[in-house]
Design a protein around this ligand. Structure first.
Ligand code: ADP
Length: 239
């Protein structure tokens, strides 16, 4: 394995609040890693800095050894970092395929016309949504909206995919489908960093978990061990 992403002393202050405090970790290519922590611990802010939506106050982010901290979101997307909900929101009146085509414009390769439609269909097939390609996005069930979100993220042909509570709100049957979809991304070699509260999903998906509390990284290691760490347990109990 080789290092894909490295955060070094990453810090974000909002006025007097240090939302992310000198956080360092790295992701190996092909890993699926959970980023956990109680509400307000800084997880989303970390994702926002990796994807370029917020400039860091301090520290560094490197992708494939190249500094990306502070680049704009579209530049970072083109370097292979995708996020669900990134850049363009789903448009309910467009078809499912058209929604994926719009997302293609933000990826690493810009495709047009027939090539774009073929690529969109391939991404929809990869998430099990080929049969819904020509339906309006607004008519999709919740799990199918989730599939479409993923297809739109895949349109960027990411090396690194950031999922922010992508599994939230799924019923147990849908959750199984969602977990299998993420596993299929792993099989394709995509590195995934997921912020998630569904512990069963974390256990099923993540070999490793990183835990934040009050802006700091408090644990980083094999998932089962990390979730038993007394400091992690205390953080979740709101101690
Ligand atoms: P988490 O994702 O772990 O719930 P966040 O990263 O959303 O945590 O938030 C971390 C802290 O930063 C919280 O105290 C939150 O209120 C604060 N925060 C997040 N975004 C902003 C912002 N744009 N302006 C000011 N404070 C913010």
């Amino acid at each position: 394995m080789s290092e894909l992403l490295a955060l070094d002393g990453l810090t974000k202050r909002f006025g007097g609040l240090t939302a992310v405090n000198a956080v360092s970790f790295s992701l190996e290519r092909g890993e699926v890693v959970g980023l956990l922590g109680p509400n307000g611990s800084g997880k989303t802010t970390v994702l926002n800095m990796i994807s370029g939506f917020l400039p860091p106050t301090g520290g560094r982010i490197a992708l494939n050894g190249e500094a990306i901290s502070g680049l704009r979101p579209n530049r970072i997307a083109r370097k292979g970092v995708a996020r669900t909900f990134q850049l363009v929101r789903a448009l309910p009146s467009l078809t499912v395929a058209e929604n994926v085509v719009t997302a293609l414009a933000f990826g690493r390769r810009t495709l047009w016309g027939k090539a774009a439609h073929e690529a969109a269909h391939a991404h929809l097939a990869a998430v099990g949504l080929a049969g819904r390609a020509d339906q309006p996005a607004g008519a999709l069930t919740y799990i199918d909206q989730k599939r479409m979100e993923l297809a739109r993220a895949l349109a960027a042909e990411p090396e690194l995919l950031l999922l922010d509570e992508w599994l939230a709100g799924l019923n147990p049957t849908e959750l199984r489908i969602g977990i299998d979809l993420i596993l299929s991304l792993k099989e394709r070699g995509i590195t995934v960093l997921l912020v998630e509260h569904v512990m069963d999903a974390i256990r099923a998906l993540c070999g490793r978990a990183i835990v934040m509390n009050a802006g700091r990284k408090i644990a980083d290691g094999p998932t089962a061990e990390t979730l038993r760490d007394p400091e992690v347990v205390r953080a979740y109990l709101g101690d």
